[in-house]
Design a protein around this ligand. Structure first.
Ligand code: FE2
Length: 139
């Protein structure tokens, strides 16, 4: 695994976080009905968490001497005012993130960068927890 390949993978994760920032901010603004009371704040929190994750990934790319992308992943963000549809989209997004970070960890393990591994592992666990949270909310 060379630095270029690792940077490309990190950029993929960064693009996914940039998409998540937008998606959650959008849903926080549009969620309606009684669930708005808690879901608006929850989505805002998820947006902030994605921003923190994006910062971590960007810093890692800088450290590797790469160029961090500035465009979000182009997977469409489905507009809705239905909390159920939002939760479904959120679940898909978190599952995508968990998968990407899982793949990244395998690559980083080979590269032997312990510091990078630790920082990505923290994000990976956060994404896995989010997937479980989302599943519980949808039950
Ligand atoms: Fe994230």
């Amino acid at each position: 695994m060379n630095t270029k390949e690792l940077t490309e993978k990190l950029n993929k994760a960064l693009a996914w976080e940039l998409r998540a920032i937008n998606m959650y901010a959008h849903y926080s603004a549009y969620v309606i009905g009684i669930h708005r009371l808690h879901l608006s704040a929850h989505f805002k929190q998820e947006s902030s968490e994605s921003l923190v994750h994006a910062d971590t990934i960007r810093s890692a790319i800088v450290k590797l001497g790469g160029i961090a992308i500035t465009d979000r992943d182009q997977t469409p963000i489905i507009h809705s005012t239905s909390y159920k549809e939002m939760l479904e989209e959120a679940l898909q997004t978190e599952m995508g993130a968990a998968k990407t970070y899982g793949e990244l960890l395998k690559l980083i393990e080979v590269s032997g960068d312990k510091e990078l591994y630790d920082s990505i592992e923290v994000i990976y666990f956060a994404e896995v927890r989010s997937v479980e949270e989302m599943r519980m909310m949808m039950a």
